[in-house]
Design a protein around this ligand. Sequence first.
Ligand code: 3PG
Length: 420
Amino acid sequence: MYKTIKDIDLKNKKVILRVAYDVPLKKNGNEWTVVDDSRIKISIPTIEYLLEQNCKIILVSYLGRPNGKIVGDLRLKPVAKKLKQIFKKEKVSYLEDCIGKKVENTIKDMKSNEIILLENTRFYPEEEKNDLKFAKKLADLGEIFINDAFAQSHRDYASTVGITKFLPSAMGLNFEKEIKILTKIKTNPKKPLVIIIGGVKMDSKIDVIKNFLKQADLILIGGVIGLIFLKELGYKVGELPGSFLNSQTNDTIKKMLVELLPFVGEKIILPIDGVIEKTIGLKKQSKEIDIAFLNSYNLPISILDIGRQTIDLFSQYIQKAKTIIWNGPMGLFEKEKFSQGTKKIAQAIANSKAYSIIGGGDTEEAINKFNLNKKISHVCVAGGAMLEFLADKKLPALEALKNQNAKISAYGRSAEGRKM
Ligand code: 3PG
């Protein structure tokens, strides 16, 4: 199917290692620092493996969404600082570009076990267009391409897909680990399988809900996604963030939503109560309300969390599960008074004996905030890529790696004089 890092002879090679360093940053004075280094940490095993092979390591990633322009706040410099703290024995440097003469010259003089982090590839519009000339410029910097960026594998980019046309390419250790775990969960989960979906991004989650209808025993839905379902059932849920349900491009989403409605109450379980905010005098107070009575309230109201009855109901189902997949918070957990739904569901998952997987930036942030990450069987740092993989969509970067066998064998024979 695909080759992994262990299938290629990497001894002393100049390796382009694609990583997913799309990390949250915070400004301290004039300096940006990495708030959560999970995405850097998961790349360590692959980097260490390459160091054992005496490789010259060129790290490539994008960060944030600079839309093809140089954005000072989205430079990868703070990541280089973290890498220097992690790899104290090695020479780690950072270049303020990812292609061009200066980059080429610096890389030409690289020594074994040196690590160079290139600048954000999304500073070039060619990256997102999978421009092959740009991909070739990147490819020309190294001899072998290793993709360890599972979290960015749903992007059909020059640095994830195009580059594989020019170099023998294989999968890194973290990418392989994610694929193995998620494939198992998708094809052969221990039952009952309970999926919990929350958050806001309906476009990336509705496919997952649809895809798991057969396989899952229950799909518990909270967050804004739960409210969208309730709205479609005729409940006056108030203003929802995002206006995608009105836009033409989302006709497909709306159609899928309507197709899913008959499963509500059977496989799909929606919130039965919620937390709202009321202004009394000058003060804002939160209050729980039953969804059944929602339409008798004077609007506008906004539901900002699931209520206690929903927490109890969801927790009972979670207790009976043998496999749990969770993506997306149950409410506006960043605010203390609307954090209980997400917190209690996180605790229920952490206390269950089931094999649990959580994925996505917000969900990971919530788990970290409540200090429960050690009690989750697998925390997947990828959001979109995990959802697309679970929804049975093809990941362009994975597909690109699958077509590598011929090239790698040819490379093995000609360059190394032996078969791989
Ligand atoms: C993520 O954070 O899920 C990935 O890095 C993808 O980010 P993107 O949606 O900006 O491509």
